[in-house]
Design a protein around this ligand. Sequence first.
Ligand code: CTP
Ligand code: ZN
Length: 150
Amino acid sequence: MKKELVVSAIKNGTVIDHIPADKLFQVIRALDLNDCTEQILMGNNLTSHKLGKKGIIKCQDKFFQKEEINKIALITPHATLITIREYEVVEKIKIGIPDTIEGMVKCFNPKCITNNEVVTQKFTVINKEDVMLQCRYCQKITKKEMLTFL
Ligand code: CTP
Ligand code: ZN
């Protein structure tokens, strides 16, 4: 028997599942969902076998671009991205953090050239589990607590 969904099914769009409960609002902010005019359904502190408590976001008629997926990954490296078409799950991917990040994130070092001139940020991801980004220009490490998206 299929359990009733706590957050309703969507017809077409994207589900971001397995978001740690304390990261839900950070994901909403990073994706600018505030400005999205399509239907958005969400839930938080839902029971999850894997996480204990989880958050979920369902965006009707929205299919995220690579950069947006990378943002989600930086905030919540173990989220699942699910594509829905005509109510069916057509793709389910475990998102992951790439080896390098360009643009997208601010270097936390105020003296870094990227914060003072028109230079695109470039980082090497030196820790994917704990999220640490090393700036290719100033070599300083931006940790997950200091992540600021552009
Ligand atoms: N979903 C949805 N709308 C649909 C179909 C699925 O919102 N039309 C959501 C479900 O609520 C679920 C996710 O997409 O959160 C994945 O769906 P499914 O694979 O059917 O669920 P589960 O097998 O429970 O997935 P998992 O065990 O990975 O959580
Ligand atoms: Zn820098």
